[in-house]
Design a protein around this ligand. Structure first.
Ligand code: SAH
Ligand code: SF4
Length: 370
């Protein structure tokens, strides 16, 4: 198998080109073709000499992961199951909205953490994704949505892929180095060109890496809080035993770059009779005092065998009213793509799930709009 150039950093490409005896500007040209134009074939790199294109094709390839399945929800949400060279699979989800299109990217196969309400956390096979495998998810989505070349920096709001959230499978801060390397490629203005302001990293609370994430990457932060006491959070998000609520909120208070214009999102999954009382709503408000925050209430998305139920609409409304009255934006996240198991916390690679349940019907790969 040839060496794959897709997913390589600028420095990596420069090294490859130097090793191949090519002039340094070749690496820049390749970068443009791979990440700005999205070409999958060296033959299409029309400003490179034919001979050089042939040499490249003899040594390298421009390969995406295999798409094992592509599904389209009734609400327009798309989900791709991607298979990597070792056969491991992850899911990537695209959520279209009126003013944006968000790609929900995975950072690990499965997750080593075991949040009790999350389907990914029940998956046993776990490994980190490489930087290339994380970047490839964005490239596959841009292929399928027909959105090459990348938008010029700062533009592109009428596009289907404008935002990225690291809210797929895995805990991104447990794979920090690869996530950081991938995001640097994704944010490069001469390549995929998705600004750090349009990227949100969601963490279950890996406190020691939060400051570094803010300083080095400058992306928006979302924190999966889900409970207002350590006793309850210890069960729902077992990582809380290592980094309890007070430490987590301290790290949020000092998150680099957060301000009233750039708030930290606190995610709160609504679990019936578990964490959804008005008293807990009031305690949440008290805890967030002094932090530039917004709250995202996520109706629990059920999966087969899950030990919880979603809160009632009334309970969610009452909770949201309390948080809102205290001056925080508190939207209830509309579940998207439930019919194809693409909603928050439902992701689990199909190869694992298929052993017990019948997977949803597989549709043809989505075509770019005409
Ligand atoms: N590991 C990271 C990011 C992936 S999970 C994290 O935990 O933050 C993305 C979001 O989905 C998190 O807020 C997570 O708590 C939430 N989630 C997980 N399972 C869910 C479920 N079944 N229903 C609703 N939200 C869920
Ligand atoms: Fe992992 Fe996040 Fe799921 Fe917890 S909620 S098990 S950290 S993916």
């Amino acid at each position: 198998m040839h060496r794959n150039l897709v997913g390589m950093s600028r420095a990596g490409l420069a090294e490859e080109m130097a090793a191949a005896g090519a002039a340094p500007f070749r690496a820049r040209q390749l970068w443009h073709w791979i990440y700005h134009r999205g070409v999958g074939d060296f033959a299409d790199m029309t400003n490179l000499a034919k001979g050089f294109r042939q040499e490249l094709a003899e040594r390298y390839e421009l390969r995406r992961p295999a798409i094992s399945a592509a599904q389209l929800s009734a609400d327009g949400t798309r989900k791709w199951l991607l298979r990597f060279d070792d056969g491991q699979e992850v899911e990537t989800v695209h959520i279209p909205e009126s003013d944006r299109g968000t790609l929900c990217v995975s950072s690990q196969v499965g997750c080593t953490l075991t949040c009790t309400f999350c389907h990914t956390g029940t998956q046993r096979l776990v490994r980190n994704l490489s930087a290339a495998e994380i970047v490839a998810q964005v490239m596959v989505a841009r292929d399928a949505l027909g959105e090459w070349p990348s938008p010029p920096n700062g533009a592109g709001d009428d596009r289907q892929l404008t935002n990225i959230v690291l809210m797929g499978m895995g805990e991104p801060l447990y794979n920090y180095d690869n996530v950081a390397a991938a995001l640097k490629i994704v944010m490069d203005p001469e390549g995929l060109a998705i600004s750090r302001r349009k990227i949100t990293l969601s963490t279950s609370g890996v406190v020691p890496l939060m400051a570094r994430c803010g300083e080095e990457l400058g992306v928006n932060l979302a924190v999966s809080l889900h409970a207002v006491t350590d006793e309850l959070r210890n069960t729902l998000v077992p990582l809380n035993r290592k980094y309890p609520i007070a430490e987590l909120l301290e790290a949020c208070r000092s998150y680099p770059g957060s301000s009233n214009a750039r708030r930290i999102t606190f995610e709160y999954v609504m679990l019936k009779g578990v964490n959804d009382s008005p008293a807990e709503g009031r305690e949440l408000v008290r805890l967030l005092k002094g932090i530039p925050a917004k709250v995202n209430l996520i109706p629990f998305n059920p999966w087969p065998g899950a030990p919880y139920e979603c809160s009632t609409d009334e309970a969610i409304k009452a909770f949201s009213d309390i948080v809102f009255a205290a001056g925080y934006s508190a939207p209830v996240r509309t579940p998207r793509g439930r019919d194809i198991s693409a909603a928050c916390g439902q992701l689990k690679s199909m190869s694992v799930r298929a052993r017990r349940t019948t997977p949803a019907p597989v549709l043809a790969q989505p075509q770019p709009p005409a």
